[in-house]
Design a protein around this ligand. Structure first.
Ligand SMILES: Nc1ncnc2c1ncn2[C@@H]1O[C@H](COP(=O)(O)OP(=O)(O)O)[C@@H](O)[C@H]1O
Ligand SMILES: [Mg+2]
Length: 252
């Protein structure tokens, strides 16, 4: 049972999509690294039995800014479960790397009280289909209200000008859920992960493009207070999505 602490200053970010390999752990670890690097105190909660995020944290060099790891996938005695899942005081960002296959109960659990829910989607027909099911479960089963503006899609491992990419974009537009960022397919994520680092910790000249793309994610996440408190900003976000759609390259 997951119960997130109800602290006003704690941003609860859930990365979710039952499809394995879409980039959940990559985005979770890169966000943790970004926040740690920028003076925040993040916690990274790994709910996936594969334990990729915790393995990444184990590989992280000792001299890098600290990230608090919470291996939620590990079974522990009920009495110690609360202790295992505790989010220490002073943590400002809780990043949840969710498991691949989630039942309805688990889906409700992991999304309840989330301020931001990020859905990475790769632009292939199979992935788009899986994402559409995931989003409909979020809306119908987890009762996420689009008007609450917690949900956003990240197009991951994209190569522009492909038909699948275009399909992904029109699929998202039809759902009215913002596509907040488009991340390219690059070895930079793989090389960083191998060292327990995020792209922001790699040599600048190699990752300039990726840092810029990731900043779209960070910027959207940065609006969590505003999204929570100002219902009118949804309309302005919608307008941005439409502008983004217009800026898309032609199908190649
Ligand atoms: N934008 C990207 N470019 C290149 N490789 C990526 C990208 N995003 C993820 N990967 C790689 O794809 C694989 C699966 O990503 P991962 O984050 O583990 O997915 P998930 O956690 O959803 O199963 C990993 O090897 C990861 O390094
Ligand atoms: Mg993973």
């Amino acid at each position: 049972m997951l119960i997130f602490p109800n602290r006003d200053n704690l941003h609860k970010i859930v990365i979710l999509n039952p499809k394995g390999g879409c980039g959940k752990s990559t985005i979770a670890t890169n966000l943790a690294s970004y926040y740690a690097l920028n003076g925040a105190t993040p916690a990274l909660m790994d709910c996936d039995p594969q334990g990729s995020s915790m393995r990444w944290l184990d590989m992280r060099p000792g001299d890098r800014p600290k990230i608090h790891g919470i291996p939620a996938f590990k079974n522990s005695m009920q009495a110690t479960r609360c202790w295992q899942l505790r989010v220490p005081q002073g943590i400002t960002h809780l990043i949840v790397d969710s498991a691949a296959a989630l039942g309805h109960l688990e889906l409700r659990e992991v999304t309840q009280d989330a301020n931001s829910i990020l859905i990475p989607v790769m632009p292939s027909p199979i992935d788009i289909h899986a994402a559409s099911r995931c989003i409909s479960d979020l809306l119908l089963v987890a009762k996420i209200d689009r008007q609450d503006r917690q949900l956003a899609v990240i197009a991951n491992r994209t190569r522009a000008n492909t038909k699948s990419y275009q399909k992904l974009m029109s699929f998202n537009a039809s759902l009215g859920i913002p596509i907040i960022a488009v991340l390219r397919d690059t070895q930079n994520y793989i090389h960083a992960a191998e060292q327990g680092l995020g792209i922001h910790e790699m040599p600048r000249h190699k990752v300039k493009k990726d840092v810029a793309q990731m900043s779209d994610v960070v910027d959207w996440l940065g609006t969590w207070h505003e999204r929570r408190r100002d219902p009118t900003s949804w309309r302005s976000k919608q307008t941005q999505v439409i502008h983004f759609e217009n800026a898309l390259p032609a199908v190649g």
